[in-house]
Every structure is written in structure tokens, then in C-alpha cells.
Ligand binder design. Structure first.
Ligand code: PGA
Length: 250
């Protein structure tokens, strides 16, 4: 079912005590609403964060996972490990994973399948780089990212997939896609989904926008018809800002 969602991707920020402090502040500030609120602390703090949010409507999600069930993958974390500590959702395909850790569409297809097979929900990230947009290849690129990683999945899998369109040129740069650019791409994504599956499925998938969302621009971006919420980086590290962004997703 299509839902309003605001997810905070904390990336490699916040120690254990800072994580606890930020969650305390969020629990004090965030009012229950029809917006699903997710936060993604770093791996070492996930278990404590899950326990700390048990009595709230904040969902703690993971930033990444490995595609194998278990085995000799030093430093990696499996889907089963996430499930076992009460994590139900994982971010897959963030552009920083693609750029710095060599995650290709093929790897992301495996990760998505492994997550879904283990009963996790996936927030799947994708988006073009500046050069793609400047050469007007951004629609083609986004369509190929979706096709390569996701379109062999059965329709039923889409109940557990949230899409996050994140133009790489807007991540952490202070430069945001205009609300019109976000809407144009989100509408294109829905059309692409409808062509690969059907229109009913395309209408049911939540599509988040990510890339320098701030309290000052959130309402206008979330107000667009095909934008169901946001994946927030920098502004998710501050309780006041994150709360303002959640409130903006009316
Ligand atoms: P940003 O990051 O909000 O800091 O641009 C977004 C993201 O990487 O998900």
C-alpha cells in the first residue's frame, strides 16, 4: 500500500551515546501521525536503537546488508542477523554504496532478493549523476537501474519495496532537485513500473525523494503528486530538523 514515509539515513554518524540522545529527542518531539518514520543508525548501534524505540512509532532500519546467507565475508552483516535483532527494513543501493563500495546493479539485485527472501522490506535507492542529467540520459539511466536490479522480481515482491529516487548530484551538496524535477522523475518511475508490471502496482509503490531535503524545502517537494516522502541524510542528524521534515509530509 502506498504510504507516506520519512526515513533518516544517519550514514557513518553518531556514537552509541549520541544515537541514544538523538532517539530520546525524536521520541519527545515526534507526534504520531499517518507518516511512517524510519531511522537508520549505523550497524553497531542498531540493536540498542531497536530496543529504545520499541515503545514508539519510530522504525529502526539498516543502511545495508550482505547478499549471502552466512559465511566467510569478513566485516559483513546478513539479513538473518538484522531480522534477529528486530530490524524489519533495509536500505539497498544507496549511491555511496554504489560509488565507494563497488555495488553494481547485479549485486543490488542479489541483495534485494536476499532481503525479501528473509522477510525484510527494502528501501531501494537509485538515481543519476550530474553528467547523466547534463547529457539528458537521466531517464534512461534510472529506467536501467530499476530494470537491472528489480524487474525480474514477481509482482508480489513489490508489497515490500519502497523506492527512493536520489539524484547523486543533490546528495549532501545542498543542491536539491526542484519540486518539478522531482515530480517529473517520480511520474516517469511510475510509468516505468506500470510498463514493467501494471498500473495498479505502480500506483501502490511509495516513491521517496532524497537529496538535500531540509525543513525549508520539504513541504514543497512532498506536496508533489508522485512524491510520497523523503530519504533524509544530513538533516536527519538533528531532531528539530527531522521533526520539521516529518511534519511537512502532510
Ligand atoms: P542528504 O543525503 O539529505 O544529506 O543530501 C540524502 C541521502 O544520502 O540519502
Amino acid at each position: 500500500m502506498r504510504k507516506k514515509i520519512v526515513a533518516g539515513n544517519w550514514k557513518m554518524n553518531k556514537t552509541a551515546s549520541e544515537t541514544k540522545g538523538l532517539i530520546d529527542a525524536l521520541k519527545n518531539q515526534l507526534n504520531p501521525s499517518d507518516v511512517e518514520v524510519m531511522i537508520a543508525p549505523t550497524f553497531v548501534n542498531l540493536h540498542a536503537a531497536v530496543q529504545q524505540t520499541n515503545d514508539s512509532h519510530i522504525e529502526v532500519i539498516a543502511q545495508n546488508m550482505h547478499q549471502a546467507e552466512s559465511g566467510a565475508y569478513t566485516g559483513e552483516i546478513s539479513a538473518a542477523m538484522l531480522k534477529d535483532i528486530g530490524v524489519e527494513t533495509v536500505i539497498i543501493g544507496h549511491s555511496e554504496r554504489r560509488a565507494y563500495f563497488g555495488e553494481t546493479d547485479a549485486i543490488l539485485a542479489e541483495k534485494t532478493k536476499a532481503a525479501l527472501d528473509n522477510g525484510l522490506r527494502v528501501v531501494f535507492c537509485f538515481g543519476e549523476e550530474l553528467a547523466d542529467r547534463q547529457s539528458e540520459k537521466h531517464f534512461e539511466l534510472v529506467a536501467s537501474q530499476l530494470k537491472n536490479a528489480l524487474f525480474t522480481l514477481p509482482s508480489s515482491a513489490w508489497n515490500n519495496i519502497v523506492l527512493a529516487y536520489e539524484p547523486v548530484w543533490a546528495i549532501g551538496t545542498g543542491e536539491t532537485a526542484s519540486p518539478e524535477q522531482a515530480q517529473e522523475m517520480h511520474a516517469f518511475i511510475r510509468t516505468t513500473l506500470a510498463a514493467a508490471y501494471d498500473d495498479a502496482l505502480a500506483q501502490e509503490v511509495s516513491i521517496l525523494y532524497g537529496g538535500s531535503v531540509k525543513p525549508a524545502n520539504a513541504e514543497e517537494i512532498f506536496g508533489k503528486a508522485d512524491v510520497d516522502g523523503g530519504l533524509i541524510g544530513g538533516a536527519a542528524l538533528n531532531a528539530d530538523d527531522f521533526n520539521a521534515i516529518v511534519t511537512a509530509n502532510k
